[in-house]
Design a protein around this ligand. Sequence first.
Ligand code: XCC
Ligand code: SF4
Length: 625
Amino acid sequence: MAKEPRKLDELTLWDDAKLMIEKAKADGVETVWDRLEQQTPHCTFCEKGTTCNKCVMGPCRISDKKPRGVCGADADLTVARNFGRFVAAGAASHSDHGRDLVETLLAVGRGKTRDYAIRDEEKLRRIAAEVGIDVDGREAKDVARDLAETFVQDFGFATEGLSFICRVPEKRRALWKKLGITPRGVDRDVVEMMHRTHMGVDSDAVNICLHAARVSLADGWGGSMIATEISDILFGTPTPRSAKVNLGVLRADQVNILVHGHSPIVSEMILAAARDPKMLAKAKDAGASGINIAGLCCTGNELLMRQGVPIAGNHLMTELAIVTGAVETIVVDYQCIMPSLVQVAHCYHTRFVSTSDKAKFTGGDHVEFHYDNAREKALEVVGEAIERFKLRDPAKVDIPCDPVEITTGFSNEAILGALGGTPAPLIEAIKDGKVRGVAGIVGCNNPKLKHDHCHVTLARELIKRNVLVLATGCATVAMGKAGLLMPEAASEAGEGLAAVCRSLGIPPVLHVGSCVDNARILHICGVLANALGVDIADLPVAASAPEWYSEKAAAIGLYAVASGIYTHLGLPPHITGSETVTSLALEGLEGVVGAVFAVEPDPVKAADLMDTRISIKRKALGLSD
Ligand code: XCC
Ligand code: SF4
C-alpha cells in the first residue's frame, strides 16, 4: 500500500530548506526526498541484513523458511559478513582520505610540491616528537618527511602497530590486546575484513564482529587521526573564530563557488585562488563584487574550522544549495557527494567539477588535482566560475534567509588553550558537577528522518542537563542554524554548564571539526582518562549519531564503542536479521569492551539514555550527581 507523501514540515526543520524544496519542485528538479519516496518500501531482507550477494552460487535471501544460503551461511553469519564489510568500507573511506594527506606531507618533505607547505610548524614538531621522531635542531622539511614516512607505515602491515596507540589509556590497550582487537595497520585490517568475509573464511558471527571493531579502531586511532593531525600541520590548527551558516551565506552580487566533499587539500586551494588579486579583478570585470567560497559537508567543516569560511549546508542541503540558482560552480573531491548533483547542476547554469581521480561523476566536468598542479588547477576552476557568473539568470535566483552567526575552531589545542593550557579546569568542573559530562553529537543527515530535528533536539536536551556537547560533521550545521554554536546559547544550558560557558566565553556546543575530526574527540577522551588515571569507559561521556546514513558513520560509531564510549544511533544498521549480532551490539559488547550501542529514534528519549549513562559513570567515579 502506497503511503501518503510526507508534508513539507515533516521533511526538514528549516525555512531555507523548505523554500528550496518548493523551488526545486517548481523548477522540475528531483531531490533526495523524491527518490526516497520512489524507493520505499525498502526490501525487508536488505533492511535486516539477511541478503547475501557474495558469490554466484547465490544471491541468497535468508528467512525462517530458508534459513541457510547455498553455502550454508545462516542469518547470523550473513548479517555479520555484511556488517563487517559495511564498517570496512567506512574505515577505508576515512583512511584513504588520510592517505592523501600523508602523500601531500611526504611531497612537502621531499620538496616535490610548491603548492603546499607547513603552516603549523609547532604542531609538526610536537606530533613528530610524540610518535618518537627526533626533532631537535632539524629542519621542518626533514621532520615532515620522517613523520610522513612513519605514517606510511601505519597503513601497511610490517609495523609495530599504529603510531597513535600511544594516546590510548593503558587499561584500554590491555583490554584490546586481551581481546585480540588491537589495530595493526589500516590497510591490513581493512583487507583482512574483505578476506574474512569471502565465502568459506571466517564463519563465526562474533569473531567477524570483533574484527569489525578492530577495523574501526584502525580508522579512529589510525586513518582518521592521521588525517586530522596532518591537516592541522599543513593548513593550520584551528582556533576559535566566528563565521556564518545556512543558504543565506550565498551572495547575489558575487561569484558563488561551493566546495563539497571531505579533504582540505582541494578546498584550501580553491579558497587561495579565490583570494588571488588577479581573480578578484577578473570577477569585478565580470560585474561581480567579489568571489564567495561557501562550504558543504565536511570539507566545508574543514574550511570553517581553520578559515572561518561560511558553510552553506549539510548533507541534505547539498542539492538545495544548487537550487538557489546562485551557484556558478560546485567543486567536489570525494564522499557524500550525491551523484544527483550533476543533474541538479544541469538544471541551472552551475558547473559541476570533480577533482579526484578516484571520484569521477558521469556528466560532470573533471579537472584533476595533484600536489604538483593544485594551485594552477584551482585558478583554472575559479577563472571558469567567473565566466559562468555572466550566465547566471537572475530570474532563477532565490537566496532564502539571512545567515546565522556561529563560533567555530575548537580544536583540542584551542579547548586546552581556553582552559589555560591544561585539562585540569574541565576535570574540576566535571568533578564538582557543573559540567556533568561530555557528549559528542556527530554525523550525517538521513532523509528518512526529519532533517536536523534530532540533532538540535538532542543537543538542547543535553545542554539543559549540564552536558557539554561537542559537534562534528553535518551535525555542526544543524547546531549552528539553531543558534547553539554561540556563547549566548549558554542561556539554554543548565545552571552549571551556563556558568562555565560564561566564564570561558564559549558556547555550550563546541564545533570540533569534520567527521575525521571525531579523532579529536577520541584523543581528548584519552587525555581526560589519563589525567584521571582511568579507562575511557569510566568517563562520564557518551556519543550520538542521531541522523546517520553512511558506512563511515558506522565505522565511527563502532570505534567509539570499542574505545569505551556509549553510543546512541537514531536508526539501526542493517543487522536486525541476526539476534546474535543485534544483542551483541545492544547488550553483549558492554561486557566485552565496556560500552554498547543504543538505538532510539526519539531524541528526547535518546537524551534520557545518554544522561542515565553519564549518571552511572559519575557515581562509579564517586562523583555526586
Ligand atoms: Fe557525509 Fe562527512 Fe555524514 Fe555529513 S556527516 S553526511 S558522512 S559529510 Ni560525516
Ligand atoms: Fe549465498 Fe553463501 Fe554465496 Fe552468500 S556466500 S551468496 S550465502 S552461497
